[in-house]
Design a protein around this ligand. Sequence first.
Ligand code: FAD
Length: 377
Amino acid sequence: MSPVIESEEHQALRAAVAALGKRHGRDFAPEALWSEAAKLGYLGVNLPEAYGGGGGGIAELSIVLEELGAAGCPLLMMVVSPAICGTVIARFGTDAQKSEWLPALADGTRTMAFGITEPDAGSNSHRITTTARRDGADWLLTGRKVFISGVDKADATLIVGRTEDARTGSLKPCLFIVPRDTPGFDYRPIDMELRASERQFELVFDDMRLPAEALVGDENAGLLQLFAGLNPERIMTAAFAIGMARHALGRAVEYARERTVWRQPIGAHQAIAHPLAQSHIELELARLMMQKAAHLYDSGDDAAAGEAANMAKYAAGEACVKAVDQSVHTLGGNGLTREFGLASLITAARVSRIAPVSREMILNYVSHQTLGLPKSY
Ligand SMILES: Cc1cc2nc3c(=O)[nH]c(=O)nc-3n(C[C@H](O)[C@H](O)[C@H](O)COP(=O)(O)OP(=O)(O)OC[C@H]3O[C@@H](n4cnc5c(N)ncnc54)[C@H](O)[C@@H]3O)c2cc1C
């Protein structure tokens, strides 16, 4: 199937999710939307059929997130719960982990957060120090994480650590499923300047005891597992950014068609029309790259998907920041009112430039991996 021209199934999925999004709108109740979207099969669309999923891929899941975002009701946790955690467990989890988690992630009754970012490592995930030490059959996990989304509501968090024997040197990660009520799993909200249904948390654990079964898959396959989750995360962040930008742009275009302060609606002035047209083009281009990345990922080409997912995230993040900025500007003073709801998207759009991998880190990746330029760090 060509990633460029959307199949009839994909177009039908887009239309159905857009209709769901329209019913909920921007005053949506996240939990109600989450469970309705799950019941309709949209949240587990990428998970294996054998475990209650739709048997599709990230191509389908990204359509769902983009359309909900375009309707003004994005579900950020889709980036994490079905896309990262669902993918990692489906591809690398033990049979018990698959049976326990996949049907519940697919039907939306349980969600899982994802924690890799650390205060002293940031963009340099090779420096993470969250350490897992064996104690009999159990594991003891010690570390600190920051900016972890949705921990208070998620049933568990997939934590990226490293084993004690791999404390230094290149990262040998290991992934643990940590249920929210695990003794010693402390989380407190970070005061963000963001209006969103999910909050970000700092996590602290000191010799937190986990059973052997908490380790995802094989201790030695951690890096492979991690990358399997990070590509879907980047593709889904692109979908999140494109959806948000389409929502903002839609409102701006509607406003520019109506608002008249001279003889013609403001949309007749090219100073207003052209930047909106430019944003529309940039979003279409970003979506093409996202479709390519999803296509490569779903066809099993992890290596090629890595480059494409980075490029898609970059293109979508940049297009989103610009589209939201221009949309706010188009509304004049109304762009900054609560009633029109665009101003808060200025900070939300910036998330797609910073997370899960920043604009500069993607430019570094392309400089080194694609263009073969030397590294400065
Ligand atoms: C709303 C929100 C939700 C998030 N949710 C999650 C989550 O659920 N789970 C999770 O694990 N993390 C999450 N994060 C964390 C996010 O992934 C990090 O913020 C991101 O990876 C950047 O890390 P940092 O904030 O430490 O920035 P830093 O790494 O400190 O970077 C600061 C600046 O320096 C630049 N920089 C760093 N190194 C280089 C270099 N080599 N060359 C050029 N420039 C460089 C960066 O581009 C950036 O502009 C979330 C963040 C936000 C804002």
